[in-house]
Write a protein that binds this ligand. Structure first.
Ligand SMILES: *Cc1c(COP(=O)(O)O)cnc(C)c1O
Ligand SMILES: [Zn+2]
Length: 453
């Protein structure tokens, strides 16, 4: 039987099987890509697993989660900007448009394939995710709905962003960290190094990129073509890379032709990729990421990634170059104005990051960068919070640990969490027996597909 996919390194060209591999085994720095053997056939049913042929997991048929991006042709905003072919991809909660992404951002499309890929390719290990909020919320929701376990590491000041809808995340272990995103990443790295845990891998994780590529797939089938322009606010660039790769895949299989120009935006003053691109650099320099204070001033701090895959082979610089793309820096005032216009024209509230993107489209139109008749895809990566909170019950995810000065104790708690969820594992820590603290809730039976033979 042919394999569903292999991983390919764009630097040395070699192909290999996926063992939750996020780095080329030959030591190349490039981002690995999935290479699917099958043409995409849209499946019946709901959620992103309609696009399961091009997601890096085998056992995708028995999970139905609602969240999927929807694409529609804009009237209101299009009219306001005098655009004749403006399409909106909306990832959030907007029942009038049939959009039911309950955690209100496109991070949910990364979460599900990532969980499945871990369960299949790194069985018996618990996923560790560091986040400023949106990613943690998405992974918490998928964990709540499937029972798959996860450790979420989030700065203390952002833990109120971690909630689920409809059901509680009993198998999510939320750690609140003193400090910012960078501190959460450091802490997450330490946890992932413990026995029985695994780091999700960020933009290097093909499941995250292919999951976000679904935005382009849905749009292309809806529009019966690949758009000429694609607009998105970027922090890591994972979404934009996923879209670029999905477009290339549609071309390779002869389904649709063309690749969109990528128009990527960041929120000033912290806009490292924007600064590098505008200066004509293929590398980020310290100056681009130095001003940590400026992160606190951002309207959309979810975009505050200090180590985006910009210069690496197959990364954002390559994607911009290959597509004739452009970058935009947007200040807070413009975001707030864009938010107001979008909400009044399209009838739904925006995630702050999506407001950055809407503002960048306005900039591009003003500058005459896009032709008014061309097909444009605006990725509204998040929104509908106000609507959701009116309609549905939201559960906070309980903080199980705060990290300050308690790492040994935290280690015990994590081992206990692991052993309760993965009971077949031999216990590795004798000391955890004495220092044992009770995990307040009994974890639900975890959904763990059988490992692939
Ligand atoms: C994470 C996020 C982004 C940025 O996505 P990247 O893939 O990190 O570039 C944009 N919008 C929203 C709503 C997000 O949550
Ligand atoms: Zn290689």
């Amino acid at each position: 039987m042919t394999r569903k996919y292999v991983l390919r390194c764009p630097e040395c060209g070699s192909a290999f099987d996926d063992e939750f591999t996020n780095f080329c085994p030959h030591g190349c720095a490039a981002l690995l890509k999935t290479e699917y053997s099958c043409r995409l056939t849209l499946r019946a049913g709901t959620g992103i697993l309609r696009f399961g042929d091009w997601l890096p997991a085998e056992n995708t048929s028995d999970i139905q989660l609602e969240g999927v991006p929807i694409t529609y042709k804009s009237d209101g905003l299009a009219e306001e900007l005098r655009l004749r072919n403006l399409y909106i991809s909306f990832s959030g909660y907007f029942p009038e448009r049939n959009a039911y992404v309950k955690t209100c951002t496109f991070k949910e499309f990364e979460a599900l394939p990532t969980f499945l890929r871990v369960a299949e390719r790194a069985p018996g290990r618990i996923l560790v995710v560091s986040s400023v909020g949106n990613t943690a919320r998405a992974f918490a929701q998928v964990s709540a709905e499937t029972g798959m376990p996860v450790v979420l590491v989030v700065p203390k000041r952002n833990v109120d962003r971690v909630w689920t809808v409809g059901t509680r995340a009993e198998n999510a272990f939320l750690v609140a960290v003193d400090g910012d995103y960078r501190d959460a990443i450091t802490m997450g790295g330490e946890i992932a190094a413990l026995d029985g845990f695994i780091a999700e891998g960020g933009a290097r994780n093909v499941a995250r990129r292919d999951g976000l590529g679904v935005v382009l797939l849905d749009a292309a089938f809806h529009m019966s073509s690949i758009p000429a322009h694609y607009f998105q606010a970027v922090g890591s660039g994972t979404g934009a890379l996923g879209v670029w790769e999905a477009a290339l895949r549609l071309n390779a299989f002869g389904i649709f032709k063309g690749v969109p120009k990528l128009h990527l935006s960041q929120n000033l003053p912290f806009a490292p990729m924007f600064r590098a691109w505008k200066a004509g650099r293929s590398e980020l320099i310290d100056d681009d990421v130095r001003d940590g204070e400026s992160i606190k001033k951002m309207h959309a701090d979810v975009l505050s990634n200090r180590k985006p895959p910009y210069s690496v082979r197959g990364g954002v610089y390559d994607a911009l170059t290959a597509t004739g793309g452009e970058m935009y820096g947007v200040n807070n005032d413009k975001c707030i104005e864009a938010e107001r216009i979008f909400e009044s024209e399209e009838g739904i509230d925006l995630d702050p990051a999506a407001a950055v993107c809407v503002a960048s489209l306005m900039q591009a139109v003003e500058a005459g960068v896009v032709d008014k008749g061309e097909k444009i895809l605006l990725n509204v990566t998040g929104g509908g919070y106000k609507r959701l909170k009116k309609d549905l019950k939201v559960y906070e995810v309980r903080v199980r640990a705060e990290t300050e000065g308690m790492f040994p104790e935290l280690k015990c708690m994590l081992e206990e969490f692991r052993d309760a969820i993965l009971p077949s594992r031999p216990s590795t820590s004798a000391s955890s027996q004495q220092q044992r603290r009770s995990v307040a809730r009994t974890p639900r039976q975890a959904f763990l597909p059988p490992p692939l033979s």
